[in-house]
Each structure stands twice: as structure tokens, then as C-alpha cells.
Write a protein of this length. Sequence first.
Length: 356
Amino acid sequence: MQPTTWCRPLDCTYCYLPLRRTRHVMPVTVAEAVARPVNAWAREDPRFEVVWHGGEPLSAGRDHFAHLMAPFHGVKHTVQTNAALIDDAWCDFFAARDVAVGVSLDGPEEMNFRRITRAGHPAYRVIMRGIDRLRRHSIPFDVIAVVSVPDPARAAGLYGFFAGLGCRTLGVNIEEHEGVNTARHDLSGVAEFWEALTAAWQARPVIRVREVSRVLDFARTILDGVGAVVPSPAGSPWDPLPTIAYDGGVVLLSPELANFHDRRLGDFTTGNVLHTGFEVLLAEAEQRTRWLPEFWRGVDACKATCSYFDFCGGAHPANRYFEHNGRMDGTRTRYCTASKIALFEGVTRHARAHGH
């Protein structure tokens, strides 16, 4: 759920969001339309989660955010925040509603050079003030870090910083060429970066590293003889991972496509919950989503040509679109190279070298 497009007070230079400087806020009617089927699904599966994300959810304000959450029942709420707006009142808000908190922070101060305020000042200290508030109120939090320069020599310091920060889980995103961010960084040492990060984690496994766990869980499945089963794109069940934009538009698989428009593919939405039931949009997604057939052709091409497909499952739609000049049926992307293939090679290289 995208409660607002506005990202306040930060203006990170690698951000992919096209409307982060514009204050569009989700109407409560959108949340109500989504909650009607979601509440029924949550009664069937108590693990059901609603994630509030992109731009900065806290920019919507506590009162409005409470109104957006109110229609939902029996779901777990999670908010992904830059932490700059977190104060004691927000901590009370999170605690009262049992909201899980994810924080965006790129590591020690020197690694946050691309996270800046609207005024162009470094944002590290204001982010850390928010994290200090979370710790003071004993609110658990997870972290997502964007790594623009995957230098193996800095991997141990990155892990050590987060191990000492007190977060539960660290997710590492190698900066992507996506959305309005067109930067392309050198990826030559990225496998060695993942190998060094794995070594640092194994030496002191006090927090979970999301990407390392994905590789190890995949390997464990294979070694246990279960086999990795990736759904076939044609006709098999698939997880739509729906994102509901601030205006009610539903974007499948890649939240990064929300708020973009293409002359050939339209606005990437499957429909709008204010006009068509959310459950109908998901049930009829194949027929209603203009770009899906082209995307499935690309997934089939990956399956036929890439030896990492069982682990990766095919490139994400947004990465395909932004890296392949507006096409969804391309194959390998820089995202695949850095965050799937190099990740797999780096983690397994460390495992082999240490006899695991």
C-alpha cells in the first residue's frame, strides 16, 4: 500500500520514485476498498501482511495513517520508513497497533552519502535519531540497505555496523538502474562483495542477512531432496505481489512500476480498486494486465537459457522494462547479475571454501 508518494524530508539521489517530491495522499476510500477482500483472506491465513511503503509513509501523518489502517482487521501491518520523522508519538503509534517497522539505512555514516535531505544535507544523523527512538521504546526493527558501490573490502564493516545497531534482519539491495534513477555502477567485484558479507555474517551470526538466507534456504531445499520448484509462467499459480498505489491503481509483481506511464503499455495497472473489486482484479489479472504476456515470454526465455533460473525465477518486470528500453521480454538484467547470479556465486563460493 502506498499511503503517499511524498518522501519527506529526504531526497535520496538513487531513488527510483517519480513523484517523491509531490504530496499525493491515499484517500481512505481506497483503503476501505482494499480491506473488504483482504479481511476475508486474513481470516483464512493469519500470516496476512499489509506493507505500507513508498514514498515515506509517515509523511501521511499519524491521524490519516490511522484512518487508512482502520478498515483492516486481522492483518499484520508493516511500515517501511526512512526513520527521519520517527518521534515518541510515532513509537507509541507503532506499539499500540503492533506495527512492524523496517528502516532504510545504508550502513555507517560514510556509506550514506546518497541519502540526503531536501536541502542537500547528509541525512545520517536524523535517521539515527529516529532509530534511537525505536530502541528507546524497545520497538524491534529490520533494515534495508542500498549499496551503490559493492566493494568487498567494505562488506565486513557494513555487516559489523548493522550487527551492532540492534536490528533483527538486514536486507541488502545493490543499487538498481530503475525508474528515474539511471545511474550504472561498476559491478565487477559484486560476487566478491557477497562472499565477504557471507564470511562476516558466519563469523558473527547475530542478525539474519536476507540475501544470504535466500541462498542457503534454496541450497538446503536441494540437499534435502525436495527440489526447487519454480512455477511455470504459463497457466500455473503465481504470486501477484499486488501494490496499491495512492490513487487505487493496482500494480502487480513490481511496485517500482507504480506511478509510471508508457505509451505502449499504459500505466502498468491491472485496474483500480475504486472501480473494480480488488479480488476481481487479481482473479482476472492475466486478462486485465496488458504487459503480462510479454513479461511471461521473457520469463520463458530466461528459463530456457539461464542456469540460475531455478534460484532466480526470472528477472523482475521493472528491471526488464527500465533496462531493456521499455521491453518486458528481455532476459538478463544488471539486477540479475548483481543480486541473483553474483549473490548465488558469492555465498556458495564461501561455503565451498570452508567445507560447508
